[in-house]
Design a protein around this ligand. Structure first.
Ligand code: PDD
Length: 280
């Protein structure tokens, strides 16, 4: 495998960053995960735009222009002969002697890696559905920034794994679900309306979330961007999750309680089908 590090393509074992990189010491950085299908990056402009926004929100100097970023991304994919896979892009504020305030002269660190990923593994999950566990929301207030500080997400995902569930949903004190550890959360109400949390600072504005909203509207499915509670989800006809790597999977249980009839529902299936039709 070949990685990109600060201007060079190198075998991944030789791809290193400084131990005083602020990404390593403070999680002072941002990232993107981009799907690659049939050799093409899916929704690259949206990912590049979100990456730029995350950097700006944290006052990290953009390591290069969007156009240059896309050229490097293509080089990384080509070097790894990726046809179907996931591209990882990360930038940090750079390396500097450890001190909390921004260093005066740090040069941002940029790394990219890519790995093959067979999206067909999702076909089985599409049929069986996946399970969710819930846990109290314990992240910072700027979840719209795609920060590499992911400890709450890592712990949530592990608790899901320990419970043999696929994903964990973060639940606020008022009972509303913000999103999953690495996915956005949705329900399909009994009246057929699909509901997902508004794109506020409380959630990551998922690229797949945006794609699916557009797709639902195209298919004349009623859409509502509003918070929903776990009780709403258990009372809903269906629930599902979206992300770059998922991309749209039916939720059949939450904390061991069935959602709807406890099997994947028709609206989720229709949306997933429409999504695949669009990308293939
Ligand atoms: N996760 N919410 C969170 C907290 C996420 O980390 C992600 C993405 C999403 C979905 O965003 P998108 O549709 O743009 O992939 C929502 C990536 C895939 C990850 O961390 O691996």
């Amino acid at each position: 495998r070949i990685a990109y590090v600060n201007g060079r393509l190198v075998p991944i074992a030789d791809a290193t960053v400084h131990i005083e990189d602020r990404g390593f010491q403070f999680a002072d950085g941002v990232y993107e995960v981009v799907a690659v299908l049939n050799g093409a990056m899916l929704d690259w402009p949206q990912h590049a735009a979100r990456f730029g926004r995350s950097l700006r929100e944290l006052s990290i100097t953009a390591p290069m222009s969007e156009a240059a970023l896309s050229i490097v991304a293509r080089r990384v994919l080509a070097a790894n002969r990726i046809r179907d896979g996931l591209l990882y892009v990360q930038a940090t504020r750079g390396a500097a002697r450890r001190d909390h305030p921004f260093p005066a002269h740090a040069v941002p660190t940029l790394v990219m890696t890519a790995r093959p990923f067979d999206f067909r593994v999702r076909t089985a999950q599409q049929k069986t559905g996946i399970s969710i566990v819930t846990q109290p929301e314990n992240r910072w207030q700027r979840r719209d920034i795609k920060s590499i500080a992911l400890l709450p997400n890592v712990l949530a995902k592990q608790s899901a794994r320990n419970a043999r569930a696929f994903e964990a949903w973060f639940v606020n004190p008022d009972g509303t679900v913000s999103e999953g550890a690495s996915t956005n959360a949705w329900i399909v109400r009994k009246d057929g309306t699909i509901v997902t949390h508004p794109a506020s600072e409380s959630i990551l504005h998922g690229v797949m979330r945006g794609t699916l909203l557009a797709l639902a509207r195209e298919h004349q499915i009623r859409v509502e961007e509003a918070p929903f509670t776990v009780a709403d989800a258990l009372d809903a006809a269906e629930a599902f999750i979206t992300s770059t790597s998922v991309p749209c999977l039916p939720v059949i249980s939450i904390d061991g309680n069935p959602v709807g009839s406890g099997v994947p529902g028709p609206v989720t299936a229709r949306l997933a089908e429409a999504l695949w039709a669009e990308v293939e």
